[in-house]
Write a protein that binds this ligand. Structure first.
Ligand code: GTP
Length: 367
């Protein structure tokens, strides 16, 4: 009898210890999940949010795959992501039409099946033994799908409780929406509403960055001021709305000649400013001439009243890497802008529809 009791006591002790171990493990998991959610809520930009989801979640929770599908139904998420140059190996797919995600309303656990949305083809679902599909939603609208995958079949089974996964999906949904909203707000603040090009505020920030970059990388920086000639006449003869249309068309013609990392901004009224890093004097001359010539040669078609011919005057300056080296970036920026502005004035005074390159630029040719 005594022996029997001792065995039972031992069995109970072992059982209790294993329950305590399981509870401890669950508590640790909960703490890790809470910490990850907190980091997500504190992250404000896409690289941070996506890095937490696609890398930290995978390593921190011992998963074999974490992939993300996001709906880009307003066509700007791609632009937002491209502005950050994210790692190419991240398993991330954008879809324009959220329809394939609509049937998924709750987390779906178990082994990958033929019913899984076909938009998951990209993330190697076939190699997984179990997966959790977490629908991301704004109210009832799908905004994406988070996939957690494992090579262990028991990791996600159909009978598992989904409370924590639902909570994670809700936090991820809110974070992704907030990040996109913040990006959209920032974009509005730095975009010219008429032309869709960058505005002066963005240009001023970028100019400082480019000056610092030129110091680091040792290349030159060119600035072009471009002003539509006799623009007042366009407004007077055709009305303000037509004038707006012409400003937008000229902006598009100028933008056509830029490289990915050049910058075109509307500086004000009918004046644009362009930054061209790392170009030789002859290249600056060539690109500015191409812009001037294209505006002259391509009249702006109007809806009802034929087309409008306009020309532009361009003032250019190039700050060579060694010029004003060691001076504060603001001083170098001001010198570059003043030189380009003076050149524009000369282009206007000497007859318009022409390119003038500042004296600094000519001096730089000798260095
Ligand atoms: N439609 C339209 N007109 C604008 C806008 N901003 C400024 N303008 C007009 O642009 C004209 C600029 O005129 P001016 O600065 O006298 O210069 P200009 O007639 O272009 O002559 P030059 O620059 O000397 O060749 C003014 O009539 C402004 O009212 C805008 O956003 N839309």
């Amino acid at each position: 009898m005594e022996r029997h009791l001792a065995t039972e006591k031992q069995w109970l002790r072992t059982r209790l210890e294993s329950l305590i171990d399981a509870a401890r493990e669950t508590e640790q998991k909960l703490n890790r999940l809470a910490a990850l959610e907190l980091r997500l809520l504190e992250a404000h930009e896409f690289p941070a949010v996506l890095g937490i989801l696609l890398e930290d979640l995978k390593t921190g929770f011992d998963l074999d795959q974490v992939a993300l599908v996001l709906c880009d139904d307003q066509n700007d998420l791609q632009t937002a992501l491209e502005s950050h140059s994210l790692p190419e190996h991240w398993p991330l797919r954008l879809i324009a039409d959220p329809a394939p995600l609509r049937p998924l309303r709750e987390p779906t656990l178990g082994s990958p099946g033929d019913d899984d949305p076909h938009v998951l083809d990209f993330c190697g679902m076939k190699k997984l033994s179990s997966r959790a599909l977490l629908p991301l939603r704004r109210g009832t609208d799908p905004i994406g799908l988070l996939v957690l995958g494992s090579c262990r079949a028991e990791r996600y089974s159909t009978d598992q409780d989904t409370y924590l996964l639902k909570r994670l999906a809700a936090v991820v949904s809110v974070c992704l929406q907030n990040t996109l909203s913040a990006w959209r707000l920032r974009e509005i603040g730095v975009t010219d509403p008429l032309t869709g090009m960058r505005n002066r505020r963005f240009f001023d920030q970028r100019l400082q960055d480019e000056i610092l970059r030129m110091e680091r990388e040792g290349h030159a920086l060119a600035c072009l001021f471009v002003d539509i000639d006799h623009f007042k006449r366009v407004n007077d003869d055709h009305g303000h709305a037509t004038g707006d249309h012409v400003i937008t068309a000229v902006a598009q013609r100028l933008a056509h000649h830029l490289r990915r990392f050049d910058l075109l901004a509307r500086y004000g009224g009918e004046e644009f400013v362009i930054l061209l890093p790392a170009l030789e004097p002859a290249e600056i001359h060539a690109v500015a001439e191409r812009m001037r010539h294209q505006v002259e040669a391509t009249p702006v078609p109007m809806d009802q009243e034929g087309e409008i011919h306009v020309t532009v005057s361009i003032g250019a300056a190039r700050l060579p890497p060694r010029l004003l080296k060691g001076k504060p970036p603001e001083q170098r920026a001001r010198a570059l802008l003043n030189a380009a502005d003076q050149a524009l004035l000369q282009a206007k005074e000497s007859g318009r529809n022409r390119l003038v390159i500042s004296q600094e630029f000519r001096d730089a040719r000798l260095t």
